[in-house]
Design a protein around this ligand. Structure first.
Ligand code: PGA
Length: 249
């Protein structure tokens, strides 16, 4: 039985004040979440604040990205050991905004994935197709290519301690959600790809759905057999909305 996981990706939003309010509200409401493991990924500069606020709770935290380099002259980058220093549990790698706006290749994403695991944190590997790729029937090819880059570098065993997030790019921040069946089909495909190498690992890995998840559609999405929770952008910025989604897990 896979435990549901819901992770908030705050992206480049918030301030010390708004984040403090959000954290207080989450702490007050988290008792109403029964089964689901919950995490939040703030911008790097707020990790200290978040780690202090959530330290004594069962809410985990993580980062939205990381450098593949260990340390050195890489202006503006943040290393795995720095994230460990702030007790991050999770690190998102390969978010579609990083892939498209910052031209991160499949190979670079795979290197980041491996670096996060070497640092004993859990990578949340994002995969997903563009609208034109879906329309031309390429969804499975794209997702397979993105997965294969990580499998080739890190191997199947790496997925024992990893999370995958399927996020169709056309559904991110657009208000357009994949239908539960559309999402389920891709989730099942991802699990099948891993099962070619190892059934037990394929069965165990949590696969989250991301892309315009809201309180109103979370229950239906999370009830699908291969959807184990969500990676939540916009709706994770309001405690009420986010906690409603967490309770749907
Ligand atoms: P969204 O973002 O929930 O705002 O669509 C999801 C994500 O990018 O992870």
């Amino acid at each position: 039985m896979r435990q549901p996981l819901v992770v908030g990706n705050w992206k480049m939003n918030g301030s010390t004040a708004t984040i403090q309010t959000l954290l207080e509200q989450m702490k007050q409401g988290i008792g109403s979440v029964e089964r689901t493991k919950v995490g939040v990924c703030p911008p790097f500069v707020y990790l200290s604040q978040v780690s202090i606020a959530l330290g004594a709770t069962n809410i985990a935290w993580g980062a939205q990205d990381v450098s593949q380099q260990a340390e050195g002259a890489f202006t503006g980058e943040v290393a795995v050991n720095m994230l460990k220093d702030f007790n991050c549990a999770y690190v998102i790698v390969g978010h579609s905004e990083r892939r498209s706006l910052y031209h991160e290749s499949d190979e670079l994403v795979a290197q980041k994935f491996a670096a996060v695991q070497a640092g004993m944190m859990i990578p949340i590997l994002c995969v997903g197709e563009l609208l034109e790729e879906r329309e031309s029937g390429d969804t499975e090819n794209v997702v397979k290519r993105q997965l294969d880059a990580v499998l080739n570098l890190a191997g199947i065993a790496a997925f024992e301690k990893a999370v995958i997030a399927y996020e169709p790019v056309w559904a991110i921040g657009t208000g357009k959600t994949a239908s539960p069946q559309q999402a389920q089909d891709v989730h099942a495909f991802i699990r099948q790809q891993l099962a070619k190498y190892d059934n037990a690992i394929a069965d165990k890995v949590q696969i989250l759905y991301g892309g315009s998840v809201k309180g109103s559609n979370a229950t239906e999405l999370f009830s699908m057999a291969d959807i184990d929770g969500g990676l939540i952008g916009g709706a994770s910025l309001k405690a009420d909305d986010f906690l409603t989604i967490c309770r749907a897990g």
